[in-house]
Design a protein around this ligand. Structure first.
Ligand code: FAD
Length: 370
């Protein structure tokens, strides 16, 4: 019988779960370990861009996610008092996107796993590189050999620290708070994404199917306690709507964090390979992180399916060659856009003038052409 190979996926987020589902389609059933003992019920809004939708199409999930999300017609950049700076007609430009609850996207991916069992509350402890395999010792004491290991364990990846101990996340300089719009707040329009690029402050409203995801962001020192931060005061000049949002908001429904980026020279060591945020966490300004993770998963599944397990030491270099140049560019664009959104006076006035005239493709090319 043909040896299908032993695959371990570390981290069952969007990237790891998509990879497991794509491998299952090829008859390869991976072992999957996930550090969290339970799935989080509080989600946040996530936009899947064309490159991510393509992967969901391969997984026959497109109808499901369309029914759970909303596809924006345009992106409107506004001043704090609601005046339109610029409207980007993203859909007319061929950018099909779906904004939905991350928890729903994750559940849809998990529902595709019929034979793969995700072992929750468990992770890796030691990776021992043998001649043609890697022996893994897990936190529950189990030991097992694998032909390939994919570290899709997010921005703070333990797998990455094990194979590239000198790598470290870089703080992007910005903090973020995100949640769903409390009931009772009406918007002028639900068709479009609306963003206020204020004075070193950002507010974005991203309509989903039955709720609107809200994101606030600002440059902030990492020593600040985000959970007890006076958001209403800080985002005072982001627009009148922000006061209404904060007055109705409960802090336990909010996700907050400092945005980190991960820039690596290499994404693998021998048979241990990094994917998604573990390899290339980026600022969420262009909404590309999850889509890029799913695309990584697709490329990896194709390579693992095509190459014989004895040769899986070749997967890392081929995957990196196929993906890294594109991802580096997308990550850089997200960084530039993320900081542009947070410019303060006097640069913000210049930015707003430029925004009025800039060709649309300058803003949308990073999302469109992958
Ligand atoms: C506020 C915000 C808004 C965003 N908006 C968007 C958006 O609109 N569109 C978009 O595409 N992207 C967006 N992103 C980025 C997106 O969320 C990430 O790029 C995406 O979730 C990466 O998926 P991942 O599976 O690689 O990592 P993660 O989703 O972080 O998953 C990693 C998984 O690994 C697990 N794990 C961690 N450590 C271990 C360990 N040692 N062992 C085992 N398991 C482990 C974690 O519990 C988790 O389940 C946003 C991010 C933020 C913070």
């Amino acid at each position: 019988m043909k040896n299908k190979g032993r695959v371990l996926i570390v981290g069952a987020g969007i990237t790891g779960t998509a990879l497991a589902a794509l491998l299952e389609q090829k008859g390869i059933i991976p072992d999957v370990v996930e550090r969290m003992p339970n799935w989080s019920k509080t989600g946040f809004g996530i936009t899947v861009m064309p490159v991510g939708l393509e992967v969901l199409r391969k997984l026959e999930l497109i109808t499901k996610v369309r029914s759970q999300g909303h596809s924006a017609e345009s992106l409107r950049v506004l001043t704090p008092n609601g005046n339109l700076v610029r409207q980007f007609h993203i859909k007319k430009d061929g950018i099909d996107s779906i904004t939905m609850d991350r928890a729903d996207l994750h559940a849809a991916l998990r529902a595709k796993l019929s034979r793969t069992h995700i072992q929750k509350g468990k992770t890796i402890e030691i990776l021992d590189h043998k001649e043609n395999t890697v022996e893994v010792t897990f936190t529950d004491g189990e030991k097992k050999e694998y032909d390939i290991i994919i570290g899709s364990d997010g921005v703070h990846s333990l797998t990455r620290r094990m194979i590239l101990p000198k790598s470290h996340e870089e703080y992007s300089g910005a903090a973020v708070w995100t949640f769903f719009l409390p009931k009772g707040i009406e918007l002028e329009t639900y068709a479009d994404v609306q963003q206020v690029w204020s004075n070193r402050e950002f507010m974005g409203l991203f309509p989903g199917s039955d709720h609107v995801a809200v994101t606030f962001s600002a440059p902030l020192d990492q020593s600040i306690d985000l959970d007890h931060y006076d958001l209403d005061k800080h985002f005072d000049d982001v627009g009148v709507l922000s006061h209404e949002i904060f007055s109705k908001m409960k802090s336990e429904e909010m996700f907050s964090g400092f945005l980190n980026e991960m820039k690596l020279g290499t994404w693998y060591q021998d048979r241990v390979i990094l994917a998604g945020d573990a390899a290339h966490a980026m600022m969420p300004a262009t909404g590309m992180g999850a889509s890029m993770g799913m695309r990584d998963a697709y490329v990896l599944a194709e390579l693992i399916g095509q190459i014989e397990p004895e040769e899986w030491h070749r997967v890392g270099p081929v995957y990196q060659n196929a993906r890294k140049r594109v991802v580096d560019r997308v990550q850089k664009d997200a960084h530039v856009m993320g900081h542009l959104m947070l410019w303060g006076s006097p640069l913000k006035e210049i930015r707003n003038e430029v925004l009025k005239w800039i060709p649309q493709f300058v803003v949308t090319h990073s999302i469109k052409n992958q």
